[in-house]
Every structure is written in structure tokens, then in C-alpha cells.
Ligand binder design. Structure first.
Ligand code: ADP
Ligand code: 5GP
Length: 188
């Protein structure tokens, strides 16, 4: 461990399509001493995603076994699929003095706010609902029903905004990344 100082959790949440994944990939490139927490999910793999890098893709049965084995520090059913965070990965990482970046939903974040009160919790908001729809359509990874389900959840997700210390509108990617890097550098 570096100077016996523990690492911190840096948690990014946002309605689907706002840009969490894009922003997290940039943050990993820009910030030193940080690791990305790869979640486990039952969602089907998207074109371009890599098993073990973007997510660990498992069956529902495998996911339920992991729940039984207490593998997750938090898990949720989000947009009809299961997603969970490895307890061991994040605890090992912060114990070694390394900061840990997570892209998780608002409910999972709330659980971590209670368990890791010194974490840095950031909520990204899209410039508008129209722009959010445009980004999801452009990403072209969901069928119509899955896309509509994601848009239907936006209002409910936005209600969690009040729990976050940092709220950033993801308008220009570069500006958002700069703001987050500044927040991280100030707080770790
Ligand atoms: P999330 O992980 O929040 O679901 P993604 O990172 O997959 O969102 O981004 C959704 C789509 O929007 C992607 O096609 C991405 O390239 C695009 N995108 C992300 N951030 C921006 C931005 N600031 N401006 C324009 N497009 C963006
Ligand atoms: P996507 O399918 O678009 O990659 O992610 C869908 C949602 O699941 C996003 O809100 C994302 O942040 C969330 N998510 C990803 N991993 C986890 C996780 O480990 N736990 C929780 N609670 N949510 C997650």
C-alpha cells in the first residue's frame, strides 16, 4: 500500500445513453493510480464488447450462484438484466491504495454511498431528453423495446440526483472529462 493510504471509490451514474461508458474510458486514460471495476451481468454482449473487459457476461443461473456465494458488494436488476459489483475486487483495489472507478446504476450507487461514505459519487445528466434519445439511437445497441424501457426509466433515475455531491451535464465529452479529472485530483 502506498503510504498506508486507502484508495477511494469513484462512482459514475447516469441515465442510459448519457455517456458513462465513454467518459469512464477517458478517465482511465487520464488519471493515474486508478482501476476500472468490471461488473458482472446477464445482459447479452453487444457488438464490440469484450468479455472480461467491458463486463463479465454470465447466465442468470451463474449470477444467482454468485449472489448466494456473497460475491457482490451490491447488485441490481436494471432494465430487465442483472448487474453486480465484485466485493473482492473493489476492496482489494482500495486496500492497495488504488482508486477504483465504477459505472453503476443509481440504486447500486445508493448502496455504496452507505458502505463507502468517503467515495466520490458523480451523477451525469444529458443536455436534454431529445439528445439522450439521439445518443441511444446513434449507439444502435438496443432494439426498440429495450430503448424505450431505458427512456421510460429516466425520470425515476433523475430523482436520485439529490443524493450525489457532484452533478455534471455531459455536453462536450472533453469538458466533462476535464471536470471529473479535476474532482478526482482534488479529492484523492
Ligand atoms: P452510457 O454508458 O451512459 O449508456 P455511452 O457512453 O454508451 O452511454 O454513450 C451513448 C452514446 O452517446 C454513444 O454512442 C457515445 O459515443 C455517445 N456520447 C457519449 N457522450 C457524448 C457526448 N458528450 N456528446 C455526444 N455524444 C456522446
Ligand atoms: P448497460 O447495459 O448500458 O451497460 O448498463 C445498464 C445500467 O446498468 C447502467 O445504468 C449501468 O451503470 C448499470 N450497471 C453496470 N454495472 C453495474 C453494477 O455492477 N451494478 C449496478 N447496480 N448497476 C450496474
Amino acid at each position: 500500500m502506498l503510504n498506508n493510504k486507502k484508495g477511494k471509490l469513484i462512482v459514475i451514474s447516469a441515465p442510459s445513453g448519457t455517456g458513462k461508458t465513454t467518459i469512464c474510458k477517458e478517465i482511465i486514460k487520464r488519471v493515474k493510480n486508478i482501476k476500472y471495476s468490471v461488473s458482472t451481468t446477464t445482459r447479452p454482449i453487444r457488438k464490440g464488447e469484450i468479455d472480461g473487459k467491458d463486463y463479465f457476461f454470465v447466465t442468470t443461473e451463474e449470477f444467482k450462484n454468485l449472489i448466494k456465494r456473497d460475491f457482490f458488494v451490491e447488485w441490481e436488476k436494471v432494465y430487465n438484466h442483472y448487474y453486480g459489483t465484485s466485493k473482492k475486487f473493489i476492496n482489494d483495489t482500495i486496500s492497495r491504495g488504488i482508486n477504483c472507478l465504477l459505472d453503476i446504476d443509481v440504486k447500486g450507487s445508493k448502496v455504496l454511498m452507505d458502505k463507502y461514505p468517503d467515495g466520490i459519487f458523480i451523477f451525469l445528466i444529458p443536455p436534454s431528453l431529445d439528445e439522450l434519445r439521439r445518443r441511444l439511437l446513434m449507439r444502435n445497441t438496443e432494439n426498440k423495446d429495450a430503448l424505450e424501457l431505458r427512456l421510460k426509466k429516466v425520470k425515476e433515475e433523475m430523482e436520485y440526483k439529490k443524493y450525489y455531491k457532484y452533478i455534471i451535464m455531459n455536453d462536450k465529452i472533453k469538458d466533462t472529462v476535464n471536470k471529473i479529472v479535476e474532482i478526482i485530483n482534488k479529492n484523492v
